[in-house]
Design a protein around this ligand. Structure first.
Ligand code: ADP
Ligand code: MG
Length: 326
């Protein structure tokens, strides 16, 4: 059974950055207003995420490390409505099967915290532990028991780079939450909570670049069940690489051809000569219109009505271009 866990874990947990993605998404699902991330040796030796979210009940702590014990999905109908980033209850058990993990958590109505650990997938006894309201998850020695996987990890510098990009993408998805990323004593990213638009633009500048935000058009549009807001580059600002394209659907980051092509089309007669327009956009849509189960890493989705979404995006971008340059 342990082997099955490890195989399944391999699908989602590829490297330290994927561990952190899962842990940070859990913190966001718990309503954290502040998330602190610490890594050592490119996250291989340590990935630690500390949050001030709602915490895990004493009775649920050990269960959180057991496969499917916590799945939020009860019926097919639920599957169509999930508003949280996680819903399969697979991430923590998967991580636990390929590392040494420790969970410490305290809920607002509990006078103290509790901790539980797992080594090689074996869950330890629950113990009381001092902790403020919220949760700390520590993942040590990733893939210590899966040498084949460990071999695929790159240098500390490369893994740290993957982690930084992951944290940046997650930080872009929630302006109202503060994020800090440290490697040992070195602060790699520090993003204070951003409520006002100028504060949000500061965070976008930190992550996507001053040059982008200085050249960006602000967009806000709503029509027929779809909402869009964010920043779009001027037609003159484009890059050879598409990595300045940040798109979030209902708070979840997304890479999607339909989205990229609809946005590009919105620029109408602008020709990008093999380059890509830069953007940071947030779309909201009724969750029943999307199937997030399409891909295990959840970077892809399937739209119920792709045509409608495509038209909406295209028209939103076209409108800003017309208003700005007409
Ligand atoms: P999923 O996110 O798909 O539900 P996970 O394996 O990622 O599954 O997490 C299992 C469960 O543990 C979550 O559903 C949640 O109830 C709880 N949990 C995990 N991390 C946190 C956290 N940081 N704060 C509060 N609850 C958490
Ligand atoms: Mg999760």
């Amino acid at each position: 059974e342990q082997l099955i866990h490890q195989i399944a874990a391999g699908e989602v947990i590829e490297r330290p950055a994927s561990v952190l993605k899962e842990l940070i998404e859990n913190s966001l699902d718990a309503g954290a207003k502040r998330i602190e991330v610490d890594i050592e040796e490119g996250g291989v030796r340590l990935c630690r995420v500390r949050d001030d979210g709602s915490g895990i009940e004493r009775g649920e702590l050990a269960l959180a490390l057991s496969r499917h014990a916590t799945s939020k999905i009860v019926t097919i109908d639920d599957l169509e409505r999930v508003g949280t980033l996680g819903f399969r209850g697979e991430a923590l058990p998967s991580i636990a099967s390929v590392s040494r993990i420790q969970l410490i958590s305290r809920t607002p109505d509990s006078p103290m915290g509790y901790k539980v650990g797992a080594d090689n997938g074996r869950v330890s006894e629950l113990e009381p532990a001092a902790h403020p309201v919220g949760t700390t998850v520590e993942v040590r020695d990733l893939f210590f028991n899966v040498p084949a996987r460990r071999k695929f990890l790159r240098t500390e510098r490369t893994e740290t780079g993957h982690i930084l990009r992951m944290v940046e993408r997650l930080a872009l998805s929630r302006f109202e939450t503060a994020f800090v990323l440290r490697a040992g004593r070195r602060v790699l990213g520090d993003y204070p909570a951003a409520a006002a638009r100028h504060e949000q633009e500061r965070r976008v500048a930190q992550i996507v670049g001053d040059e982008f935000i200085a050249n960006a058009l602000y967009l806000e549009h709503e029509s027929a069940g779809c909402k869009l807001r964010g920043w779009l580059c001027q037609p003159t600002f484009a890059r050879a690489q598409p990595d300045l394209q940040h798109f979030y659907l209902n708070g979840r980051m997304l890479r999607d051809r339909l989205v990229a092509s609809a946005i590009r089309l919105g620029y109408r007669d602008v020709i990008f000569h093999g380059r890509h327009p830069a953007f940071v956009l947030f779309m909201g849509i009724d969750p029943r219109q999307v199937d997030v189960n399409a891909h295990p890493a959840k970077l892809e989705v399937r739209f119920r009505d792709g045509r409608h979404v495509h038209d909406f995006l295209f028209r939103s971008v076209e409108r800003v271009m017309r208003d700005t340059f007409a």
